[in-house]
Design a protein around this ligand. Sequence first.
Ligand code: NAP
Length: 243
Amino acid sequence: MSLQDKVAIVTGGSRGIGRAIALALAGAGAKVAFCHNGDPAAAGTLAEINQLSTGMERTADVADEAAIAGLFDAVDAALGPVDILVNNAGILRESPLAQTDVAEFDRVIAVNLRGTFLASREFVRRTDAGRIINIASDLGILGRQDMAAYTASKGAIIALTRTLALELAPGILVNAIAPGSIETDMTSPAHMSPEQLARDMASPLARFGQPEDIAAMALFLAGPGAGFVTGQCFGVNGGSVMY
Ligand code: NAP
């Protein structure tokens, strides 16, 4: 499957799932730009992309309207018009509802949901053809105690996916991937409690997935084989949600 001559943006592409998606798209021949919010891993990921294709990286907070416009301007100038947008950047905060302050709630919604809205809007203002792939979560369907903002943001991304699929058809196909538990920094013991990690192992396959498991689905959704697919949410989750 070739994405030769295609240009992709992956938000949050410096590590984890975003990095795996960026490398998969580059491996299929796409030019791949990614943003992050200052991650020191970005330079290494850019070097990996450049071994496969042509890459660029940029610090841009996805919650910041001007930063997203600047990202698209820079990618347009360096690589050409964008064909594929992967809204992957996300953050997770774990806290019981009573202890969740407004700033913490707002930040999770701003990065995960507003970031998806801003980048999608910028994409649509510049093209009427292409693919948008939103990274949601199985927790946006299942819910999860002590993750109110995160689960709400991910459920909203699935709803946004359906609305944009309707609004942007037939030129732009919009789909979501809802990963189950994937082994990244986000699910490391430094960022998640032992109780949550134990819940993450409760799917039928009883193990964590790898970022490459999500990248394989993203590659399919970006390519010609997915030409009749829009408005869907694909669970890549070890069976945690059965659609
Ligand atoms: P990760 O390893 O923590 O990587 C997150 C990426 O997003 C990094 O590149 C990070 O760069 C970037 N990022 C965070 N905030 C940003 C911002 N405001 N602006 C721009 N970039 C930002 O996370 P991951 O596990 O790969 O998760 C990727 C996506 O998959 C997220 O949307 C997450 O919710 C979703 N997901 C993950 C799992 C899982 O089990 N891991 C499950 C379901 C869904 P900086 O460090 O520079 O901020």
